[in-house]
Design a protein around this ligand. Structure first.
Ligand code: OAD
Length: 253
């Protein structure tokens, strides 16, 4: 890892007051949750997303889709936040202590940022940890138990299949999440992109929005992405290692 890049990125973060962080599946990789596109161990390596993560797939085979998402839900419930998640929560504390802010925009549906202590997390692609009636959108309450649904597909009180609160391919992102994201992107001093392949829009475009305004950007990822050529600092490595180092460099006076 390039120490000079880290030093300069740490200074940029320490001098910022309004920070946006965009995270993808890579930030949860070291918590044991598979990413999507990493070959071999990525989720899509063993499943075809078009067969599972679309409204059409759910309509065609609600049992298969709800079994798969309940498997992912239980997998996430068994995992714990890693040092990268915790570093982002600490960064939010440090920035707020200086009168600044940190807006955390995540593409992940695993809930680990909130469990690590991050506040006001924007879940761009929803959550697999909460479910709703597919007909009435009535949320399932109380929160789901740490064991599988008793039947598949699970049925709501209205008698319709229950679905996870995740955004499926072809569905719109939550309007409130998008509005909060664009508001934060327009006014931030710095954006940090962590663990995303930066190929799924609109999230991938967030880096371009900030860079085009001339604000600084940091990418934390083991490998290059389509956005690597426009970021200010490219920190190559695992987020559970790099984020604590970056946050320490920024805020430990
Ligand atoms: P991807 O699987 O596309 O990309 C994961 C990224 O994390 C890759 O760039 C990896 O190199 C990187 N990575 C792997 N291990 C890492 C580690 N230890 N530390 C840091 N980075 C690491 O996942 P996303 O970019 O999140 O959308 O995918 C975006 C969206 O595509 C997902 O939210 C999902 C998927 O379709 C929906 O389901 C709507």
């Amino acid at each position: 890892m390039d120490n000079r890049q880290m030093e300069q990125a740490g200074r940029a973060l320490g001098e910022s007051r309004r920070v946006v962080v965009l995270t993808g599946a890579g930030v949860s990789a070291e918590s044991g949750i598979p990413t999507f596109r990493d070959t071999m161990d990525g989720l899509w390596a063993s499943f075809d997303p078009q067969q599972l993560a679309t409204p059409e797939a759910f309509a065609r085979d609600p049992e298969l889709v709800t079994r798969w998402y309940d498997h992912r839900r239980l997998g996430c419930a068994d995992c714990v936040p890693n040092a990268g998640h915790r570093a982002l929560a600490e960064a939010q504390d440090s920035l707020e202590a200086r009168g600044g802010s940190l807006a955390l925009l995540t593409q992940n549906v695993d809930g680990l940022h909130t469990r690590a202590g991050s506040r006001d997390v924007v879940e761009l692609h929803g959550s697999v940890m909460t479910w709703r009636c597919s007909r009435t959108a009535q949320p399932v309450s109380p929160p789901l138990p740490p064991e599988p649904w008793p039947e598949f597909p699970p049925l709501s009180p209205a008698g319709a299949p229950v679905r996870p609160d995740v955004v499926w391919f072809g569905e719109a992102l939550p309007e409130a999440a998008l509005a909060r994201s664009y508001e934060a992107l327009e006014h931030c001093d710095l954006l940090i992109s962590v663990g995303t392949s930066a190929v799924v829009y609109p999230a991938a475009g967030f880096i371009e929005i900030v860079a085009s305004r001339g604000a600084q950007t940091i990418e934390v990822n083991p490998q290059d992405t389509p956005m690597s050529s426009i970021v200010t600092f490219a920190l190559r490595g695992k987020s559970a290692e790099l984020l604590p180092t970056l946050v320490d460099a920024a805020f430990s006076d």
